[in-house]
Design a protein around this ligand. Structure first.
Ligand SMILES: Nc1ncnc2c1ncn2[C@@H]1O[C@H](COP(=O)(O)OP(=O)(O)OP(=O)(O)O)[C@@H](O)[C@H]1O
Ligand SMILES: [Mg+2]
Length: 196
């Protein structure tokens, strides 16, 4: 075989290699619903299977990409559309993007969905549908207690809006289920769609 033949064969093999299918999996839900926990559990499973995965966690994004933004309706919308912009860029390049971000407004989620559709990237909305009563018991960051004590206001689902998705691709119940069970349910859903 000549060098040219070898290069041509290598190029053909590269072309024939199956492309990894990217997608954005957005986990929306109330504070303490289980979004971050499930995103990291799912990320671990997907990575073990050899997928390229990025987690764009709401809290981390607010320290960097969205530093300076607050919690008004407009700032929350901007935060979500920025995350959606980055997610779409990664998703169209074969990355499974997991976005555990409250995203309280339907219009923000719709904007992210529309952008993905325009760019031909897959968008999967998962509603982590833990009831507010259970979220406030879990109260991982102590926000529900602070709101109840009058120390803070504007807590999503309590004294700030949360517009639950009407027709998400998946609605996950976490009450009465372990993290492992909920993560398995989410993973099974992605498998059905040929993404895991
Ligand atoms: N089935 C379940 N799925 C997910 N989390 C669960 C489940 N059962 C119990 N939990 C617990 O609920 C808590 C969820 O906290 P987590 O930080 O994931 O919430 P979050 O939705 O990311 O909240 P925030 O919007 O404030 O970041 C964790 O302590 C987790 O262990
Ligand atoms: Mg979180």
């Amino acid at each position: 075989m000549t060098t040219a033949d070898t290069l041509a064969a290598a190029a053909a093999a590269t072309e024939a290699a199956p492309r990894e299918r990217g997608a954005t999996v957005w986990l929306t839900g109330l504070p303490s619903a289980g979004k971050t926990t499930l995103a990291f559990a799912l990320a671990e499973k997907l990575r073990a299977e050899g997928h390229k995965v990025e987690v764009l966690d709401g809290d981390e994004i607010r320290e960097f990409l969205s530093k300076g933004l607050g919690f008004t309706e407009e700032d929350r919308h901007t935060n979500v559309t920025r995350i959606g912009f980055v997610a779409e860029k990664l998703a169209r390049n074969g990355v499974k993007v997991l976005a555990p971000v409250i995203a309280p407004y339907a219009r923000s989620r719709a904007a992210v969905r529309a952008r993905h559709a325009e760019q031909g990237a897959e968008f999967i909305e998962v509603h982590v549908a833990t009831p507010v009563e259970l979220c406030s018991e879990r109260d991982v960051k102590g926000l529900y207690a602070k709101q109840a004590a009058g120390e803070i206001s504007g807590l999503t689902g309590v004294d700030d809006p949360y517009e639950a998705p009407e027709s998400p691709e998946l609605r996950l119940q976490t009450q009465g289920r372990s993290v492992t069970e909920s993560a398995a349910e989410l993973h099974a859903f992605l498998s059905e769609r040929g993404l895991a």
